[in-house]
Design a protein around this ligand. Structure first.
Ligand code: HSE
Length: 303
């Protein structure tokens, strides 16, 4: 029996515009945990992008792991979890979904639960409340998902995207609950039909890998961006500048405040340089679709 593992989970961007609460894309930015069995639970946080509080009982990853263990009537052997992350908190890059997915995998390993990928999709999406970020963290690549009233997730998964994604991360946090708080509870039927048509066109364009149309429909959201735009630093300026610099399109990453542009791979260097110069208070980061979802490495006992 092994006593140490690495669990690596990609962060993600959600919505890509009108794919609200449904479409996700795993990004090449990761949450990584080194897990070692020991006599009591301990969390160690390394570097930036991790909360300062390492209290075990209130830790999202611990709480998630214990919740899953309880669901399966299992008990978890205690361990030390050393965690580092490339996902800044509360910026719309799926840091909490990645932590939830990591917590589920931790329970899977320590409780020997033999969870299937479908189990992981369902549990993570139920905890999150929607399947966009969670599915992308479980599978990597692009995910188009729906969750039914019983919490069962159906996901269409496309691994490869021949484009790069550039995130504009401002130096402010925005809680998802605050960003969801500005959304209307109801939409008028004609408006909802237009919003839905744009979402359909986005999904179809993603499957067809029609990047010009992907960009156009990423910018055609009616479900959430019109209501959230005023909360987002440089929302209009970044859309305009990115388009001028060659982006196919730009959208809010999840609930924001990060914005994400999809760009041709051939322009990535000059695009990043130009955007970083124009938006010096944002961190402008080049990413690609994550080539895998949850990755577990098992070490031999001697580590
Ligand atoms: N789809 C979610 C939203 C992502 O836009 O609120 C953040 O949880």
């Amino acid at each position: 029996m092994s006593n140490s593992w690495q669990i690596k989970v990609p962060g993600s961007t959600a919505n890509l515009g009108p794919g609200f609460d449904s479409i996700g894309l795993g990004l090449s930015l990761y949450l990584t945990m080194e897990v070692t069995l020991q006599n009591e639970w301990e969390f160690v946080h390394i570097g930036d992008n991790v909360p300062s509080d390492t209290t075990v009982e209130t830790h999202l990853i611990y709480k998630t792991a214990q919740q899953v263990a309880k669901q399966y009537n299992a008990s978890l052997r205690p361990c030390k979890v050393e965690m580092k992350s490339e996902l800044p908190l509360a910026r719309g890059l799926g840091s909490s979904a990645a932590a939830i997915v990591a917590g589920i995998e931790l329970a899977n390993i320590l409780g020997e639960l033999n969870l299937t990928t479908q189990d992981k999709l369902n549990i993570s999406s139920q905890i999150e409340g929607h399947p966009d970020n969670a599915s992308a963290s479980v599978l990597g690549g692009l995910t188009i998902s729906s969750m039914d009233e019983q919490g069962v997730v159906d996901t269409l998964h496309i691994q490869e995207m021949d484009a790069a994604f550039v995130v504009f991360i401002p130096n402010v946090e925005l809680k998802t609950s605050d960003s969801r708080g500005v959304l209307p509870s109801q939409l008028e039927r004609g408006y909802a039909v237009r919003a839905s048509a744009n979402a359909n066109m986005l999904a179809a364009s993603l499957i067809a890998k029609d990047y010009v149309r992907i960009g156009r429909y990423m910018e055609a959201d009616l479900f959430h961006e019109p209501f959230r735009a005023e909360l987002i630093p440089n929302y209009t300026e970044i859309h305009e500048a990115a388009k001028l610099a060659g982006a196919y399109g730009t959208a809010l990453s999840g609930a924001g405040p990060t914005l994400i542009s999809i760009i041709p791979l051939s322009i990535k260097e000059q695009f990043i340089e130009a955007m970083q110069k124009q938006f010096p208070t944002h961190q402008v980061v080049l990413t690609t679709g994550a080539s895998a979802g949850i990755q577990v490495t098992t070490y031999s006992n001697s580590k």
